[in-house]
Design a protein around this ligand. Structure first.
Ligand SMILES: NC(=O)c1ccc[n+]([C@@H]2O[C@H](COP(=O)([O-])OP(=O)(O)OC[C@H]3O[C@@H](n4cnc5c(N)ncnc54)[C@H](O)[C@@H]3O)[C@@H](O)[C@H]2O)c1
Ligand SMILES: [Zn+2]
Length: 350
C-alpha cells in the first residue's frame, strides 16, 4: 500500500501544493465555520459541497452524487485530476471512495476538519459507504497521496468537540503504550491544544499498526477495534458521537480484560487512577449499560450485525493486558451481554 505524505500546517495550503487539476469535495458547513476556508475554497475551479453524516455514505444516494461529480469533471484529465476532500470522517469516507473509482482512480488529498478524522479516519486508507443501517459495508483501500493537518481548520471546531476526538487518541495510546501513553495519562484536561500536541504521534502509532496489515489480511489491523465492539453498540443504540461511544467501549474492554484475568487488577488501577481517566469514565455510563431484556435484545442484534464477527455467534474481541500489549480472543455475543450485566451489577454495588 502506498504511503501518504503528511503535512502539518498552520493555515490552509496553497492550491499549487495540492495538485494540477483540482476538485474540492467539502463539508458544506465549513464556509460558515471558517472565513479562511470560505476564501480559500473560492479559488477552486471545481467544487462539490456535501452535507456530512451517515446519509452521505448511503449507497442509495451515491448514484445522484456520482452523476453530478462525473459531470463536473467531464473536462478533467484522469492523470492530472486530484480530489481534495475537506471534512470529517463521513466526508472523508465518501470522498475517498469517489477518488478510488472516478476514472478508475484519481489522486487524493485529505484535509480532515474534525479531531476524529485528523487522528483516525483520514489515515490507513479505508473508504466506506453504508448499505441501509449496516455501516461501512462497501469500500476500498485507497490511501491518500497527501494528508494535510491544518491547525486553523481543526481549531475552527467548538472546543467541546475535543472530547469526541479523545476516544481515538486514548485508544491508540493504550495500544501503543510506552511514552505516548505515559504522557497522555498525565493530562488533566483534554482541549484542542492537547489533541494538537499529540496528533503527530497518534497518527504515527496508527500507521505502524496499519503498515503490518494494510489490507486486513493477517488480522493484525483488527487491534484498532479496541473499545469498538461495545462502543459501536452504544453509538447505534443511543445515537451518540463515535468518539464518546469509544470512551465507554474502552472502559468496558478494560474491565472485561480484568474479569478474564488478561489484565491484572493492579494494572487496571494504575490506568483508572491516571489523571486522564477522568475523561474516560463518566457517570452517564450507568444509564447506558442496561440490563432490561428488551434493551439486551437490541444490543444482541447490534453485536450480531457487527461485521467483525467471525462465526455466526462469535466476535473477535480486543482485550488489553497492559498499555502496549493487547490480546484478541473469540468470545460469543452472549459472553459480551453477560459481561455488560456483570459490569452493571458491579457498578450498582459500588
Ligand atoms: N475510514 C476510517 O478508517 C474510519 C475510521 C473511523 C471512523 N470513520 C467514519 O468517520 C465518521 C465519523 O467521523 P466524524 O465525526 O468526523 O464525522 P462527520 O464527518 O459526520 O462530522 C461530524 C460533524 O462535525 C461537523 N464538522 C466537520 N468539520 C467541522 C468543523 N471544522 N467545525 C465544526 N463542525 C464541523 C460535520 O458537519 C458533522 O456535523 C463515521 O462515518 C465513521 O464511520 C472512518
Ligand atoms: Zn473509531
Amino acid at each position: 500500500m502506498k504511503k501518504s505524505t503528511l503535512l502539518f500546517t498552520s493555515t490552509l495550503p496553497s492550491l499549487s501544493e495540492l495538485g494540477e487539476e483540482l476538485l474540492l469535495i467539502h463539508d458544506e458547513i465549513l464556509p460558515r465555520k471558517s472565513t479562511a476556508f470560505k476564501k480559500w475554497s473560492q479559488k477552486f475551479p471545481l467544487k462539490y459541497a456535501v452535507k456530512a453524516g451517515e446519509s452521505l455514505k448511503s449507497v442509495d444516494h451515491f448514484p445522484q452524487h456520482i452523476r453530478k461529480i462525473v459531470q463536473l469533471c467531464e473536462n478533467a484529465s484522469s492523470r492530472r485530476l486530484t480530489i481534495v476532500v475537506v471534512g470529517g470522517g463521513s466526508v472523508g469516507d465518501f470522498g475517498g471512495f469517489v477518488a478510488s473509482i472516478l476514472k478508475r482512480g484519481v489522486k487524493l488529498v485529505h484535509i480532515p476538519s474534525t479531531w476524529l478524522s485528523a487522528i483516525d479516519s483520514a489515515h490507513g486508507g479505508k473508504t466506506a459507504l453504508n448499505v441501509g443501517s449496516a455501516k461501512n459495508q462497501i469500500g476500498t483501500f485507497y490511501p491518500a497521496n497527501k494528508i494535510v493537518l491544518c491547525r486553523d481548520l481543526l481549531f475552527s471546531q467548538p472546543e467541546a468537540r475535543a472530547f469526541e476526538g479523545f476516544g481515538e487518541l486514548l485508544k491508540i495510546s493504550l495500544l501503543q503504550g510506552g511514552a505516548l501513553w505515559q504522557e497522555l495519562s498525565r493530562e488533566f484536561e483534554i482541549t484542542s491544544a492537547v489533541l494538537w500536541k499529540y496528533l503527530a504521534r497518534a497518527i504515527d502509532a496508527k500507521n505502524k499498526v496499519v503498515a503490518k496489515d494494510p489490507e486486513e489480511v493477517t488480522g493484525h489491523r483488527h487491534i484498532l477495534n479496541l473499545g469498538h465492539t461495545v462502543g459501536h453498540v452504544l453509538e447505534s443504540y443511543y445515537q451518540l458521537p463515535h468518539g464518546i461511544s469509544i470512551n465507554y467501549g474502552l472502559d468496558f474492554a478494560l474491565r472485561y480484560s480484568v474479569q478474564l484475568k488478561i489484565m491484572s487488577a493492579v494494572e487496571h488501577q494504575k490506568i483508572s487512577h491516571a489523571a486522564v481517566a477522568g475523561y474516560m469514565l463518566s457517570p452517564l455510563r450507568d444509564d447506558l449499560f442496561q440490563t432490561k431484556a428488551s434493551v439486551l435484545n437490541d444490543f444482541r442484534k447490534l453485536l450480531l450485525s457487527d461485521k467483525k464477527k467471525t462465526k455466526s455467534q462469535t466476535l473477535r474481541f480486543v482485550f488489553l493486558k497492559k498499555p502496549g500489549q493487547c490480546v484478541v480472543r473469540e468470545v460469543t455475543v452472549d459472553d459480551v451481554l453477560v459481561e455488560i450485566c456483570r459490569q452493571k451489577e458491579e457498578e450498582l454495588n459500588g
